[in-house]
Design a protein around this ligand. Structure first.
Ligand code: ZN
Ligand code: ZN
Length: 363
């Protein structure tokens, strides 16, 4: 079944006659176009892609016969084409993604096409995107491999004296050299007391001996992201660091062992959370256990208390518990996994995480 026919089934279930796709990620997912401008009309009769002249060649190459393609001009915009092609004729209920369409666009749609009932849905294509096919998993695997190799080559630079920003730049440079399209998100390098910030974007702070350093980073390969975290210790860790690192590692590996199709996001989150709570650090684990991963770094699946839906086979998620203590620092460990019938396959297994692997001796 093609992705378009899967999506047509969703439209049928929602009793929609058509759908106007405006998210570039969803367009890429449905018809393969990777440019940054365009609209896709999907109805049982017609799949029409509209874009501007910059993408004339690219859209024909990437989309092939999955959609008819028309090029907008200054005189003839998106809505003129929709009108000229009579796409809305006989269409009473047309959906759009309420998380993507801006209010101004919505107002224009209702004034331009007053006979259509414009129906908002929340990320309907996200539910399809959650389950990855073989090809998609391989792209994520590539993005993981690029990131892991780049970090392994950059780690010798993690020494007292380097700044967080310098380390982030060295890491991003190596990911790029290995084929990453761009960093999947702003690289986090948070050292010492800054490790208490779960999202501590690399700063000018100099890394010193005796500090923990949390590095959260990812590559993008053919649109698909990886998202990995390791916490290192530069120098000799004290008892408290070893204790907290051990708890986070146990929570993370136990969650990975428990991850399988059918478990809900809430249950999986609860398994890791209980270990951290029982160890007395529950109040310091303030975020969800993980999230879906794919064309978005935060793909549609939530791995946290609010998701009571079972996770499906083929879903790719991150598993990333952490403990963050203000003024002391923090530890997070994050891996990317695919849910297989018999359990979780860890895509980032080759990135070591035992205590002995993450301590960087300084002389
Ligand atoms: Zn991350
Ligand atoms: Zn993540």
């Amino acid at each position: 079944m093609s992705r378009i026919s899967n999506f047509l089934e969703v439209l049928e279930r929602e009793r929609l006659d058509a759908f106007l796709v405006t998210s570039q990620v969803d367009i890429r997912y449905l018809v393969g176009f990777s440019g940054s401008a365009g609209m896709l009309w999907v109805s049982p009769e017609r799949v029409v892609f509209l874009t501007d002249f910059r993408y004339e060649t690219q859209s024909k190459e990437q989309i092939g016969d999955r959609a008819e393609i028309h090029i907008i001009t200054a005189e003839k915009g998106y809505y003129d084409w929709i009108e000229e092609l009579k796409l809305t004729e006989g269409k009473k209920f047309v959906g759009f993604d309420e998380n993507v369409v801006k209010y101004g666009t919505y107002k224009r749609l209702i004034s331009r096409f007053p006979d259509v009932n414009w129906i908002p849905l929340a990320d309907p294509i996200g539910k399809l995107r959650a389950v990855k096919d073989h090809d998609e998993v391989n792209k994520i695997r590539q993005a993981v491999d690029i990131a892991v190799e780049a970090l392994s080559e950059t780690l010798p630079l993690l020494r007292p004296g380097i700044t967080e920003k310098e380390f982030a730049a060295e890491l991003e440079y190596r990911m790029r050299r290995k084929g990453s399209e761009r960093p999947a998100f702003e690289t986090i390098v948070a050292s010492g007391y800054r490790a208490a910030l779960p999202h501590g974007i690399a700063s000018d702070k100099v890394i010193s001996a005796g500090e923990m350093v949390t590095i959260d980073f990812g590559a993008v390969f053919e649109g698909y992201a990886s998202d990995l975290t390791r916490t290192y210790f530069v120098g000799t860790p004290d008892k408290k660091f070893k204790e907290i690192y051990g708890i986070v590692l146990r929570a993370q590996t136990t969650a990975i062992q428990s991850a399988k199709p059918g478990i809900t996001g809430k249950e999986l989150d609860g398994i890791a959370r209980k270990i951290i709570e029982d160890a007395g650090y529950g109040e310091y684990f303030g975020h969800s256990l993980g999230h879906g991963l794919g064309l978005y770094v935060h793909d549609s699946v939530a791995v946290g208390v609010r998701n009571e839906n079972p996770l499906e086979e083929g879903t790719v998620i991150t598993i990333e518990p952490g403990i963050y203590i203000p003024e002391w620092g923090g530890v997070r460990i994050e891996d990317d996994v695919v849910l297989r019938a018999d359990g979780a396959e860890v895509l980032s297994e080759q990135l070591p995480k035992q205590l002995g692997d993450i301590v960087i001796p300084v002389d």
